[in-house]
Design a protein around this ligand. Structure first.
Ligand code: GLN
Length: 491
């Protein structure tokens, strides 16, 4: 097989089962592709020796007709997941060369099911960002370019390495995390599929925390079915995370074949934001048409508190981050800059270890939690968060099965293009995604078309709590109607 890296995850799984290719051959093909694609900066650490060892063990199991659902499938892991014996940094200088001596629950499930670790993927520092430009390892380059242009584009963030690696065939699929859009926005910017499951579906244990009430792990994959298979392994109850939910994990792959006949899909009028490009508006209408053609009923719905979502998110997320990041003090692990005394050591370590965006979030978070401002900002934001959640509850109570929106307000933008913009302009990227985290709901981004410059655009489907199956079913209908989108190779 000459181009094994272009297989989808489900195709590779079937090829391995049928012994048309070995896990070792497949792994070597990816390691070769990764070597050629270092200019994209998708991986911050390659683990070829470990990959080949895991592949050899997978081949032994496959030879005996054994093996789990992901046996021999090479994956990339966002550098926010702790991996036993493998450096994990959250792409922050403050973690230095931290090597965990434990494995996150999500990744341990992938290895239990037979997957192969290719390496750790780049992300925005502590997952704070929408362009992967805040990483201590430098930005990731999007494998997509505008037609007739060589200008480098961002892959989105924070899971920019995951999305770029999947889009450039540098792994079969990748893990990612989503606090306000970090799975769905990079998926939309790279023509890949990404699902943020319901809060509580995946264990957060062993994942570097950003905002604990919003963080969820999920996959980025080449197809809807690939994401379904990945999530089936990643999900499930974990006693080590009290917010993980004790619910059976459904057969997500089977759900992709359900179709949408008889489903009611809501179109929220408040997502028609000012200044939205006509192309996005058109794509959204096209998506609704695809679902209608497949037998769904399209209805208008209202989510009246949508306009408050961004300001509320940018209070709640930094508040939780400022608390979570208090542990990086130079004492227990990671970077230490010695000072005159212990307080000076803390200050010097945190000043040198955190990047600008992370410092900004810590300052905002500390401010909104401070004694004089707690009620005015944090408590108020929590109240509005409840209203946002109630908006969704009311729409679902009216019989709507899923909600269709654009995934992002634009296609991928240029690297460094936002360098002089205010941070708020960068935050606008999250306008369609943050509500979903605040309400704890599942959301999937699926590519649905290209813009005038040939760049992929994504649509988002938002589901009822723990109803990822309906999202897989409806995203599959869009994928079938729109086709798959692949970047032309230039790297
Ligand atoms: N872009 C958002 C932020 O910067 C979301 C990030 C995320 O989901 N991790 O906070």
């Amino acid at each position: 097989m000459t181009d094994a890296t272009s297989l989808t995850l489900t195709e590779a799984r079937d090829a391995l089962k049928a012994r048309r290719i070995s896990a070792t051959e497949l792994t070597r093909a990816f390691l070769g592709a990764m070597e050629q694609a270092r200019g994209l900066n998708a991986y911050v650490l390659e683990t070829p020796e470990q990959a080949l060892k895991m592949a050899a063990r997978a081949d032994e199991r496959l030879a005996k007709g054994e093996g789990g659902p992901l046996e021999g499938l090479p994956l990339g892991i966002k550098d926010l997941f702790c991996t036993d014996g493998v450096r994990t940094t959250a792409c922050s200088k403050i973690l230095g060369n931290f090597v965990p001596n434990y494995e996150s629950t999500v990744t341990s499930r992938l290895w239990r099911d037979g997957a192969v670790l290719l390496g750790k993927l780049n992300n925005d520092e502590f997952a704070m960002g929408s362009s992967n430009e805040t990483s201590a390892f430098g930005p990731v380059v999007n494998p997509w370019r505008r037609a007739g242009s060589n200008a480098a584009l961002v892959p989105g963030g924070s899971s920019g390495g995951s999305a770029a690696a999947v889009a450039a065939d540098l792994c079969l699929a990748a893990t990612a995390t989503d606090t306000g859009g970090s799975i769905r926005q990079p998926a939309a910017f790279t023509g890949t599929v990404g699902i943020k499951p319901t809060y509580g579906r995946c264990s957060r244990w062993g994942i570097v925390a950003f905002a604990s009430s919003l963080d969820q792990a999920g996959p980025i994959g080449k197809t809807v079915a690939d994401c379904a298979v990945m999530l089936g392994s990643m999900a499930g109850h974990d006693p080590k995370d009290t917010t993980s939910v004790d619910l059976a994990v459904p057969d997500f792959e089977a759900a992709t074949r359900r179709g949408v006949k008889g489903l009611k899909i809501g179109i929220p009028r408040e997502y028609r934001v000012e200044g939205m490009p006509a192309e996005i508006e058109k794509l959204w209408a096209e998506g609704a048409r695809m679902l209608r053609d497949a037998g769904a009923e399209i209805v208008d719905v209202s989510l009246p508190h949508t306009h408050s979502a961004l300001p509320v998110y940018y209070i709640v997320a930094p508040a939780e981050a400022s608390s979570n990041l208090a542990r990086y003090d130079g004492v227990r692990y990671g970077l230490r800059v010695n000072g005159r005394d212990i307080v000076d050591m803390y200050e010097q370590t945190r000043a040198a270890g955190f990047g600008r965006e992370v410092k900004r979030r810590i300052m905002i978070g500390t401010y909104v939690l401070s004694a004089g401002y707690y009620d005015a900002y944090y408590v108020r934001a929590q109240k509005i968060r409840s209203l946002i959640k109630r908006d969704f509850e009311q729409v679902y109570a009216s019989g709507v099965d899923a909600i269709l929106t654009p995934a992002t307000p634009s296609a991928a933008f240029g690297l460094a293009e936002m360098a002089n913009a205010s941070p708020v302009e960068m935050y606008l990227n999250d306008v369609f995604t943050v509500t979903v985290n605040m309400a704890g709901l599942p959301g999937i981004a699926v590519p649905a078309g290209v813009d005038g410059q040939g760049l992929p655009l994504g649509l988002q489907l938002i589901g009822r709590p723990f109803d990822e199956e309906t999202l897989f079913a409806s995203a599959q209908v869009i994928e079938q109607a729109a086709g798959r989108f692949r970047a032309a190779k230039w790297w």
